[in-house]
Design a protein around this ligand. Structure first.
Ligand code: NAG
Ligand code: NAG
Length: 399
């Protein structure tokens, strides 16, 4: 669901990124808000954000999200899945403190989309990953009904993505999953998504075939679509085989960090994918962050980040956190890079809370170094989804 906006956005992003560095907003509001600097502060802002998402973006009649506030049409599949991730983050966090009060809303949010497919395989993969999370959380709650629904949705989405494997296209590089049902390209989002989907099923079932499929999708992509500097190309077009590289989208690094980290976690004796994940992280931290008074902050470019770009930082924050958690357990010797990853999650969360947050409305702007949205909006759901996940994914590791 993102072609149209994608092409419109990219040109701007590349330009803005090459100009950098983004100045930190030092307006009165920002300075006044600088007091937000503890884990409890971050929790408070995250809670305000998810409350606001529920109140302003959830339509209780159609049981579906809206694109904007104060007005907005019915949300698309991908962004709905990202909102679901934000709600999952909230319930995961709250339930570890014994609060399940938001679970019944989560259950409705999940059930409204879980039976649907998309014509974009990356969209399905985002929902598949959220289904894996839903399964684990429902299990913890003792809700067998919802756990069963989530597992079967994950399996159904996997089957659809698995059937999109192709060796007939494109150019000299012919091994990968399609991005879309129309077969216009193969893209990193769908490739990383296919690996993550497969690894979730492997995690839940223990069945070796899912690990095998993850390797099958991963290896040719790494060989053909990752550049020497660790940056991941965006896609390869059909039928020409022309590669599109050099777009500074955090989520391309982010989804491949997730894919490589999940494979490493399941293969303790084999550091090959951990080493790949490190290269992706290195590139992300070196090229797709801006510096601020709170430390490094994830950035998809300032004002050029429009359309779907506004939520690209969501999966990036999630998988940077996974990289940090898995690395601390399995590869503590990589402490320098792990510390940088931590500082980026932290800088991002404090920038969101202090510079991108409108505390009256509980809303967030796109660029995490600000500005915050005006009172009364307008705001779109994509940017709320990203900021809420940026906050929760730091909160999970906040000390
Ligand atoms: C939303 O709908 C459910 C029934 O489907 C109802 O129980 C709940 O009170 C409604 N919530 C709001 C805020 O209207
Ligand atoms: C499965 O996922 C859990 C977290 O949900 C993780 O602790 C565990 O290590 C994973 N197992 C494998 C084999 O990757």
């Amino acid at each position: 669901m993102k072609t149209i906006l994608l092409f419109y956005t990219l040109f701007l992003i590349v330009c803005v990124q090459s100009i950098t560095p983004v100045e930190v907003d030092d307006s009165l509001d920002t300075i006044k808000a600088f007091g937000l600097q503890t884990c409890a502060d971050i929790r408070q802002v995250a809670t305000a954000g998810i409350n606001s998402l529920q109140k302003k973006f959830w339509d209780n009649n159609s049981k579906w999200f809206k694109k904007g506030w104060p007005t907005g049409d019915r949300e698309n599949y991908w962004t709905y899945a990202m909102a679901l991730d934000a709600v999952l983050d909230a319930v995961e966090s709250e339930s570890t403190r014994g609060d399940w009060s938001r679970y019944s809303w989560l259950s409705t949010v999940y059930s409204s989309i879980s039976g649907q497919n998309s014509d974009w395989y990356d969209d399905e993969a985002w929902l598949a990953a959220a289904s894996g999370r839903m399964y684990r959380l429902a299990q913890r709650k003792g809700d067998n009904n919802l756990a069963g629904k989530a597992k079967s949705a994950l399996q159904r989405l996997y089957n659809d993505i698995h059937a999109a494997w192709d060796t007939s296209c494109c150019g000299n590089f012919r091994a990968g999953v399609w991005w879309d049902r129309k077969h216009t390209q193969k893209a990193t989002a769908a490739t990383g998504g296919a690996i993550v989907t497969s690894m979730w099923l492997h995690n839940i079932t223990g069945d070796r075939q899912y690990l095998d499929f993850a390797w099958q999708v991963n290896n040719p992509w790494v060989a053909n679509m990752v550049q020497n500097d660790g940056s991941v190309c965006d896609h390869i077009s059909a039928p020409s085989g022309a590669k599109t590289c050099g777009w500074l989208f955090t989520y391309n690094q982010g989804i491949m960090i997730g894919a490589a980290t999940m494979i490493s976690r399941a293969n303790p004796g084999n550091p090959s994918q951990w080493n790949e994940a490190k290269r992706y992280v290195q590139y992300l931290l070196d090229h797709e962050t801006v510096s601020s008074q709170w430390g490094p902050v994830l950035s998809d470019g300032g004002n050029g980040c429009q359309g779907d770009c506004k939520e690209f930082k969501a999966p990036t924050a999630r998988y940077l956190r996974l990289f940090l958690e898995v690395g601390r357990k399995m590869y503590p010797q990589d402490s320098a890079l792990l510390d940088r990853a931590y500082n980026t999650l932290k800088g991002s969360a404090y920038a969101i809370a202090n510079a991108a947050y409108n505390s009256r409305d509980g809303t967030f702007g796109t660029a995490w170094t600000g500005p915050a949205p005006k009172n009364g909006g307008p705001v779109v759901q994509t940017e709320q989804n990203a900021a809420i996940q940026g906050l929760y994914n730091y909160l999970a590791v906040c000390k």
